[in-house]
Design a protein around this ligand. Structure first.
Ligand SMILES: [Zn+2]
Length: 265
């Protein structure tokens, strides 16, 4: 065989290898999971587990501790966040609020209050796009603008949690977010609570939460829901009676890092 005849396949192999190494999937994932029942953890399946693990994200805590991580998505203000903050303060419960640019601009006082009262502000992107349909530069900009505006309002400089808008993500969007220093925080407990003209009364929210709660719940609630605001105090009190404690995402991350020191960066 002539030497050039060997070079061709070698070059081809290198080319294919390089191309596949860069071809990270941008296939949209619409976040979903098998809901928890009888306090058995929700389950998103091993494929999603592995993907989240790869990029340092998570959607639930440990199965052996009755802990609930309360998270809220704040796209816009509908008049109930003040009440929610009052209840969290009274019950001494920490939460994470994932805010958009619109929220920061239109509800700056409430955002400041969240930070002042010890809650975490997370990134829900500036304009709530589908992260799989915009360019890499645009993703970085969406994240940076929220971080900057939050810092301006609250002085918090360490924004590190991201909740992908619309619950849509891809391996590529996760990788970019990770490069920007973000941890993807999905969720393991949710229900249709965001339609403001389809509120059904506090019991609807309460029953959904109580039916799905499990050890290590990452609970997603929308603050625009009157049902959630009206149910929250009872939910917290009754979960405490059932032996649950409420912890912050920082407490979860801290424990995980102690368990896996190699993951620390
Ligand atoms: Zn949202």
């Amino acid at each position: 065989m002539k030497s050039w005849q060997m070079i061709v396949p070698i070059v081809l192999v290198i080319f294919i290898y390089a191309a596949s190494a860069h071809a990270i999937s941008n296939q949209p994932i619409h976040w979903g999971f098998k809901k928890a029942k009888n306090e058995q953890q929700a389950d998103a399946g091993s494929e999603y587990d592995q993907l989240l693990d790869k990029y340092g994200g998570f959607y639930k805590g440990n199965s052996d501790e009755k802990i609930v991580y309360l998270t809220f998505d704040n796209g816009y203000e509908n008049g109930y966040t003040g009440k929610i903050l009052d209840i969290l303060k009274k019950e001494k419960v920490p939460a994470t609020f994932f805010v958009t640019g619109h929220y920061l601009k239109s509800a700056s006082d409430l955002t400041k209050r969240m930070a002042d009262e010890g809650h975490i502000i997370g990134n829900h992107s500036w304009s709530h796009p589908d992260m799989t349909q915009i360019s890499e530069d645009k993703i970085r900009l969406e994240l940076a603008k929220v971080k900057k505006e939050t810092e301006k309002l609250t002085g918090q400089t360490d924004m590190k949690y991201l909740r992908p808008p619309r619950g849509i993500l891809s391996e590529k969007s996760m990788k970019i977010a990770e490069e920007e220093g973000y941890v993807h925080v999905l969720w393991s407990l949710a229900f249709k609570d965001w339609l403001t003209n389809e509120q059904k009364g506090w019991r609807y929210s309460y029953d959904n939460i109580m039916a799905q709660v499990h050890p290590g719940s990452v609970m997603l609630l929308h603050t625009v829901s009157k049902d959630n605001a009206d149910a929250l105090e009872r939910v917290i009190k009754d979960l405490k009676k059932r032996g649950y404690v409420f912890k912050s995402l920082d407490e979860y991350m801290f424990k995980e890092k102690l368990k896996n020191p190699l993951l620390s960066n």
